[in-house]
Write a protein that binds this ligand. Sequence first.
Ligand SMILES: *Cc1c(COP(=O)(O)O)cnc(C)c1O
Length: 425
Amino acid sequence: MAERTPGFDTLALHAGQAPDPATGARITPIYQTTAYVFNDVQHASDLFALRAFGNIYTRIMNPTQGALEGKVTALEGGTASLAVASGHAAQLLAFHTIMQPGDEFVAARQLYGGSINQFSHSFKSFGWHVVWADGDDLSSFEKAISPKTKAIFIESLANPGGRVMDIAGVAKIAQKAGIPLIVDNTMATPYLCRPIEHGANIVLHSLTKFMGGHGNSMGGVLVDGGNFDWSKSGRYPLLSEPNGSYHGLKLHETFGNIAFAIAARVLGLRDLGPSIAPLNAFLILTGMETLGLRMQRHCDNALKVAEWLSKHPNVSWVNYAGLPGDKYHALQKKYCPRGAGAVFTFGLKGGYDAGVRAVSSVKMLSHLANIGDTRSLIIHPASTTHSQLNADQLKLAGASPDVVRLSIGLEDVEDIIADLDQAIS
Ligand SMILES: *Cc1c(COP(=O)(O)O)cnc(C)c1O
C-alpha cells in the first residue's frame, strides 16, 4: 500500500508533537527553562558554532517552541519555521534577515493597520524603506520595484477584511525581479490558503489570531518556503556572505533550503531578542489542534452573517469575498476554496456616527482590537485601529468613516445575527 499523505486535521493534531521522549507525556510539556545542560565541552562548542543542532538558551530555542514550529511548518508546507513573541516580531525578523540600511521593499497598501505603522515609521530607523503598491493592480508592484528592492510583502486575505490577493500573480513579478515574496497568512491560516503552493517564498503569521484562536496568547511565526536562492544575486549578504559572528560560516551554503529560518533565529532572534514564552507556545499549540474545525465554522458563520447584512436596510454595502457578487469572489474560489475567512467589513448608511453607535450598542459581541477569537468581535477602524492614518490612507486601506469590521466567532450564528440586529437597527 502506498504511503498516505496525512490530511490537514491529522497534521494539525500530530505534526511536531511526538510523546515527550523523557517522560512519555502525550502532550508536549511547557519546557519552562532558560538554559540546557551540555553533554561536554565539545558538545557546547559544536552548538555555539552551529556544527550541531541542539538547545542552548531559550532566547534562541526551546522544545515547546520547537513543537509549535514543527506543526506550522507541516501545515504550511514549508521547510522550517521560527516562532517568536508576536506577529510584528516575525515581520521584524523576516526583514532583518534580508534587508540592509538603504534597502527598499514593496508592500501592498491593503494591510493590517499595525503593519502600515511598523513599515512606514519604525522600520525607517533601520534604514529600510517601504514603497507602496496597490494590491488590486499587479502593474503597480512592477512599477514600485527598483534596484534597491529586496522583497515584496502582501497579506493573502487582506485587512481590514474581505479582500483576496492574487498571490500567484504577485509571485511571478517577484520571481522575475529575483526577490522573495513574503505573504502574511494570518487571516487565512493554512486551512484556507497555503501561499507557498502559489509561489510565496516566506510565510508569516500573527499566531495571536486564528492559529492560537482563543484570544489568550501573543505569538508570531515565520515559515521558510525553502524555494529561494539566497546566494544567486549576492544581494542577501547575511545569508550568502561569511558571517563574522560564526567563524566565517556562510549560512545559505551550510543550511541550504532552511537557511532563511536558521538565519532569522541565530542572527535576528539571537540579537534582537523577541522570543516566545514557552507557555504561549503551549497554548497556541493546543489551539492549533482544532484549527480546521474552527476555521470551517468561522467561515460558515461569517458567510451567513454577510448574507444577512447585505439585505439589511441600514447597511449600504458588505465586502465579503464569500458572497457570489463580490469583486474578490473569483480569487477566493482560487486561493481560499474552503471559505473566505471570518473577518470582513460592512458600511452603515449613517456613516461615522452610526459606526460608533453600533460598537457601543452590541451586547454579546466584544468591542475590541483583535481578530480570530472564538468569540465574535466588532470594531470601528476609523476611530481605533486605523485612527493614525490620514483621510487618504483610510480610504486606501479600506477603513473609511462608515466602515465597521467584524471577526465572526463560533457562537450559534442566530445569536450573532440577533445581537448585530439590535445594534444597527
Ligand atoms: C495582528 C496582525 C499582525 C500583528 O501581529 P501581533 O501578533 O499583534 O504582533 C500582523 N498581521 C496581521 C494580518 C494581523 O492581523
